[in-house]
Design a protein around this ligand. Structure first.
Ligand code: CMP
Length: 138
């Protein structure tokens, strides 16, 4: 019986972390947890693209600031792969608000605030496919 469940998930290293040159340290944290970085690129996106990416949040009060923020500077987008990658990435990132994140997580170590929380990760396998396509479909 083949019980393996290799998944891919999308990770974004956000402007606050790229600006502080933390991208290599964050990539090392992923690799140390067994993730392969199968695709990656450093880009800066337009606010209109951020609005499309975060469309699920469009009714939230923080939507405008969130989109302005994600497009405010360079980001690193990556497709990560490993067994149960979606959940594993969420565990490694820690809680959305760095104040609530556990020791050893990326957001605990590097996050500044709920907005400047250093990384984004897909919240489900279904959204991971959509988010990977968003950045890496030719
Ligand atoms: P992220 O995982 O990128 O998904 C949406 C982002 O919205 C989230 O991380 C936070 O950085 C940001 N955000 C700002 N305010 C809130 C809030 N009150 N609840 C959830 N996310 C928020």
């Amino acid at each position: 019986m083949n019980m393996s469940n290799t998944e891919q998930t999308l990770s974004i290293i956000k402007p606050d972390a790229v600006e502080r040159n933390l991208d290599n340290e964050i990539k090392e944290m992923f690799k140390n947890k067994g993730f392969s970085i199968v695709k990656e690129k450093k880009i800066q996106i337009e606010k209109s693209e951020a609005e499309k990416f975060y469309k699920v949040h469009e009714t939230k009060p923080f939507y405008n600031d969130l989109c302005a923020y994600l497009s405010s500077g360079p980001i690193v987008v990556m497709t990560l792969e490993k067994e149960n990658a979606v959940l594993g990435n969420r565990e490694l990132m820690g809680a959305t608000n760095p104040n609530d994140a556990e020791e050893g997580t990326i957001r605990k170590r590097y996050g500044i605030s709920i907005d400047k929380n250093s990384v984004h990760g897909s919240d489900s396998v279904e959204n991971a496919k959509i988010e990977i396509d968003f950045f890496f479909k030719d």
